[in-house]
Ligand binder design. Structure first.
Ligand code: 13P
Length: 259
């Protein structure tokens, strides 16, 4: 089974619009020499306010189609009295192809529940967009030996009621919380072990064939120096990159490491 590698940059709450333009242009220039077919799928997720500008750089100015656009979040209702929220159609207007959901920072600081993440996943897939569904354990959970059970529960709840075909199209990102922004990358063999466990859970809910198709990324202090070893693992299909995606050169090195 060959799954196309995917390298996604989650810019989190960084960059003004002007900085976001500069960054995406830097990434596109860095990959210009390569054919789309040799590159991994490349995704960037700016803040909402920079989405129109980044979309313009990707689709109107460059037109290279090598970098895809993602949002970092969305709301699952199509419209209405939900002050401060953004709907999927509003994101789709700018040709976004992916939406990140269930990031640990949203779960931890903004009270997102598994039920909300499931509602978002269903609405995103119904709109023809690909959800990047995040999961991951805290250090306390890891030390208590409940990592696998916790992640299985997150995944089962996120995928509830989603058709097997839609599950296969989705992306999962395993991001151990203790590895995010700490510089402490999870050991590649261990990350691969957890990701293989996630694939088993997906097989239980959507069948083996779909579990073989779904792409599962690793995230947490991914750097140019770690990506090759991570990509050499059997079940790691790419990376969700935070800090190192904010510098075009580093992000391009990571993309090259996945080729
Ligand atoms: P870092 O790469 O900065 O650890 O962030 C990972 C992450 O949370 C990506 O979503």
């Amino acid at each position: 089974m060959t799954r196309k590698p995917l390298i996604a940059g989650n810019w989190k709450m960084h960059n003004t619009t002007a900085e976001a333009r500069e960054l995406v242009v830097g990434v596109m220039q860095g990959v210009k020499e390569f054919e789309k077919s040799e590159l991994p799928d490349i995704v960037v997720a700016p803040v909402f306010t920079s989405i129109p500008a980044v979309s313009e750089e990707i689709f109107e100015k460059c037109g290279c189609g090598k970098v895809a656009l993602a949002a970092q979040n969305c709301y699952f209702e199509p419209k209405g009295a939900f002050t401060g929220e953004i709907s999927i159609d509003m994101i789709k207007e700018f040709k976004a192809e992916y939406i990140i959901i269930g990031h640990s920072e949203r779960r931890q600081y903004f009270g997102e529940t598994d039920e909300m993440i499931n509602s978002k996943a269903k609405a995103i897939l119904a709109a023809g967009i690909i959800p990047i569904i995040c999961c991951g354990e805290t250090l306390e959970q890891r030390e208590a030996g409940v990592t696998d059970a916790h992640i299985a529960s997150q995944i089962v709840k996120a995928l509830e009621g989603i058709t097997p075909a839609d599950v296969a199209k989705s992306v999962i990102a395993y991001e151990p919380i203790w590895a995010i922004g700490t510089g402490k990358t999870c050991d590649s063999v261990e990350a691969n072990r957890v990701i293989a466990e996630i694939r088993k859970v997906v097989a239980q809910v959507a069948g083996r064939e779909n579990a073989d198709k779904i792409r599962i990324l690793y995230g947490g202090s991914v750097k140019p120096s770690t990506i090759k070893e991570q990509m050499a693992q059997s079940d790691i299909d790419g990376a969700l990159v935070g800090g190192a995606s904010l510098k075009a050169d580093d992000f391009v090195e990571i993309i090259k490491g996945a080729m």
